[in-house]
Write a protein that binds this ligand. Sequence first.
Ligand code: ADP
Ligand code: MG
Length: 259
Amino acid sequence: MSASPSVVDSPALEARSVEKWYGEVCALAGVSLGVAKGECVALVGESGSGKTTLLRTFNRMVEPDGGEVWVGGRAARELDPIQLRRDTGYVPQDGGLMPHWDVLRNAAMVPWLLGLPEAEELAREALDQVGLPADRFGQRWPRELSGGQRQRVAIARAIAARPRIILLDEPFGALDAITRAEVRAHFAELRAELGVTSVLVTHDLHEALELSDRMAVLQHGQIEQVAPPRELIQHPATPYVAELLARAGLGNTTGGGSS
Ligand code: ADP
Ligand code: MG
């Protein structure tokens, strides 16, 4: 293998019949899913359906027990995990900021771990991109930020090393409705700006509808349907998908509703 500057020459993700077991518990029961370059795919489904597990197979935080994960046209298990982490920014469910590090240091964490000499510069740029300029916010502690600002720092940290893929695990889940709308809007702009490939885990179908190009519905570690949001709403492939949509008030009732 040649030492290329990036492992992800053609940033796209693919799960091929991926299985994952935790003892007797089957978390992923043969999942196949492709994510095209620049695309945002939302993983939706109830708690325990396997969303986080699938997300983490893409950066090798979870190693599949069966099947294969491909990143940028290469088998993930053949990629250097460090290089892979560089190319795939990750926003964990709770944001995962270091409480005793200031904002700038948090944002610089990934480039710093990667030993990039320009770590601080990259962190400053990323903080600008999420609307939290380092001059104003860099010296604050995470606890001195609002929940929405903290999540934006977590996103800044994930994009600071300029990954071509970002994996987000319910990044807006803990926020109140108004903050959430704000951070979502930021994310949508950012994605357009960076043209990054992304996988967004959410249990909020409205969020998936707003932010993703395609939605993948998981249930019991299996994919029920993958489709663009409009198509999914109009043509749910299974009774379960129809039920999930109905529960979110997105059912395909003729006549349509408002709000
Ligand atoms: P989701 O993100 O959709 O809530 P997860 O991927 O976290 O689902 O979990 C899928 C299934 O795997 C669940 O039944 C969960 O309890 C189980 N699971 C996940 N991680 C672990 C783990 N580290 N050890 C044991 N079981 C796990
Ligand atoms: Mg989860």
